[in-house]
Design a protein around this ligand. Structure first.
Ligand code: AMP
Ligand code: ZN
Length: 429
C-alpha cells in the first residue's frame, strides 16, 4: 500500500525520529564553515523534541548566496558527486551539493512520492522538464528509475518529438511543468490527435505555482489525473511534498524534513491551518545540511488526517512566494489570484501575462489574456463584452481594475522552463 512503511508511521515515533535526526544533523552541520560559526555555543543535546527547533537561527537565501560556492559544505569536496543550482534569474545562484548517499536518499523520496499518486514499476515515465542544473530533470529521473519505471529523458520543448515518444512507447506518466502542460495539450490537438486517445494516465505537475483551476483545466484538456509535486533545490529538489491519490494537499515527508510555517514578518509560528512562510530543515542530508531555511513559499498545513492513512502532514498548494507579491496603488496582489480568476472562465486559453507600467504619474496593471480560437472568430461586440467581464472578475478579486487585452492563443511568448507571469516595467524612481 505504501512504498515505505515510514509513510504511515505513528506520529509519536515519527517525532522521536525527527528529534534524533535533528541532533545528528546539527552535529554534521557544524562541520561546515558557515554553521560552525552560526551554531557556535549551541548545545545540540538541548534538542529533545522537534518543537525545540525554534531555538535555532534561520538560514536565508542570502546566507546561502554569501557562502557560494562551497561555504555550506560539511565534508571535503571530494566526498561529493553532484551539483545542482536553483533557478533564480537574478544575482548569484545557490549551489547545492550531494554525496552519493544523499542522491540515494533523494531518489527514495522521489520514488515514494510517485508511488503515492499511483505510479508503479510497469509504468513508462516521460520526463519533459529541462535537464541540467535544474533539479526537475535528474531528480525525477533517478526517482523514476528507483521505482522501476521505464524512464524517457525527453527534456523540455520539441512538442512533435514529445508526442511521438509518448505514442511510440506508450507513456503512462508525464512529468511536466503546469504552464507547459496547458500549452502542450493544445499542441497535441493541433497535431491532429485526440487527447482522450493518448496512452497517458498521470501527470506530475510542479516546479511553479499554479491554481486548482489550472490543474482542473490540465486534467480536462489532457484526460489525465494531475498531481502536485513540490520541492526546491535547497531541500534536494522535487520529492519534498507530493499529492497522494486523494489530491487533498501534499504530504510533506517528515522523516526527511522538519517543516514549520511562520509569519514572515515576526518569524513566529502561525496558528495551525493558517497561511505563512514555509521553513524547512533537512534531516537526512549528509553533505550539506540546511537548518530552518526560509523558503519564501507561502502555504499552510492542512488540518486533519488524509484518507490514505499516511501520517505525514499535508501542505496546501503554494499560494505564491513572499517576494512575488505585487504592490500596486497600495494594494497587495498575488499573481495566483489573477490566474485563479482567469482559469475559471471557459473562454480563456492557456496563457496570460501581467505587465506593470507607469503611465503619467500613476502605475497601471495590464493583463494580456490568450483567448481560445473559437471565441476569437466572434464579432467585435462580444469580444468587448468578454474583455469587460474579465476586467470585472479581476476587479472583484484584486480590488483594482486592470487593463485587459485579449490576444489570440499562442501569441504570448512561452518560457522553456518556469513560466514568467509578471513583467514589471514601472519607473523605479
Ligand atoms: P528551484 O529550486 O529553482 O527548483 O525552485 C524552487 C521553487 O519553485 C520553490 O521554492 C517554489 O517557489 C517553486 N515550486 C516548486 N514546486 C512548486 C509547486 N508544486 N507549486 C508551486 N511552486 C513550486
Ligand atoms: Zn494522502
Amino acid at each position: 500500500m505504501y512504498f515505505d512503511s515510514v509513510e504511515a508511521m505513528d506520529r509519536a515515533d515519527l517525532e522521536a525520529l525527527q528529534a534524533r535526526r535533528l541532533r545528528d544533523t546539527l552535529a554534521i552541520a557544524r562541520q561546515s564553515p558557515f554553521y560552525k560559526e552560526r551554531l557556535a555555543g549551541f548545545d545540540a543535546e538541548s534538542i529533545r523534541t522537534p518543537a525545540d527547533i525554534t531555538s535555532l537561527p534561520f538560514t536565508t537565501k542570502d546566507d546561502l548566496r554569501s557562502q557560494y560556492p562551497c561555504g555550506m559544505l560539511a565534508r571535503p569536496l571530494e566526498d561529493f558527486v553532484r551539483l545542482h543550482a536553483s533557478s533564480g534569474t537574478t544575482g548569484t545562484p545557490t549551489a547545492v551539493f550531494y554525496t552519493q548517499k544523499d542522491l540515494e536518499t533523494w531518489a527514495d523520496l522521489m520514488a515514494r512520492s510517485m508511488y503515492a499518486c499511483g505510479c508503479r514499476r510497469s509504468d513508462v515515465l516521460q520526463n519533459m522538464s529541462g535537464y541540467g542544473l535544474f533539479t526537475g530533470g535528474l531528480g525525477i529521473h533517478y526517482g523514476s528509475e528507483r521505482l522501476g519505471m521505464l524512464t524517457i529523458p525527453a527534456g523540455a520543448g520539441n512538442t512533435r518529438r514529445q508526442i511521438k515518444l509518448i505514442r511510440d512507447f506508450n507513456v503512462t506518466v508525464m512529468h511536466i511543468i503546469p504552464s507547459f502542460a496547458l500549452y502542450f495539450a493544445q499542441k497535441v490537438r493541433e497535431e491532429g490527435f485526440d487527447t482522450a486517445d493518448m496512452p497517458w494516465r498521470i501527470a506530475l505537475i510542479g516546479a511553479e505555482p499554479h491554481t486548482e483551476e489550472a490543474r482542473r483545466k490540465i486534467e480536462e484538456m489532457m484526460h489525465i489525473k494531475a498531481y502536485n509535486s513540490y520541492g526546491l533545490s535547497e531541500m534536494n529538489g522535487p520529492g519534498v511534498a507530493f499529492e497522494c491519490l486523494h489530491q487533498t494537499g501534499m504530504h510533506l515527508w517528515e522523516d526527511a524534513y522538519i517543516a514549520e510555517i511562520i509569519n514572515p514578518e515576526t518569524g513566529e509560528h502561525v496558528a495551525e491551518g493558517e497561511i505563512g512562510e514555509l521553513v524547512m530543515t533537512t534531516l537526512t542530508r549528509k553533505g550539506m545540511p540546511i537548518i530552518r531555511y526560509r523558503t519564501r513559499d507561502l502555504t499552510r498545513f492542512i488540518p486533519g488526517q488524509c484518507a490514505c492513512g499516511r501520517t505525514h502532514r499535508r501542505i496546501d498548494r503554494i499560494a505564491g512566494r513572499a517576494d512575488d507579491m505585487i504592490i500596486l496603488k497600495g494594494v497587495n496582489i498575488y499573481p495566483m489570484q489573477i490566474e485563479q480568476c482567469l482559469m475559471a472562465m471557459p473562454e480563456v486559453g492557456q496563457n496570460y501575462l501581467i505587465e506593470l507600467v507607469t503611465e503619467g504619474v500613476s502605475d497601471q496593471m495590464k493583463v494580456k489574456v490568450e483567448i481560445k480560437n473559437e471565441y476569437f472568430v466572434e464579432d467585435m461586440r462580444s469580444l468587448q463584452g468578454l474583455q469587460k467581464r474579465i476586467a470585472k472578475n479581476l476587479c472583484n478579486e484584486i480590488l483594482l481594475t486592470p487593463r485587459v487585452e485579449l490576444v489570440q492563443h499562442d501569441t504570448i511568448p512561452k518560457a522553456e522552463g518556469k513560466a514568467v507571469r509578471v513583467i514589471d516595467n514601472r519607473n523605479k524612481d
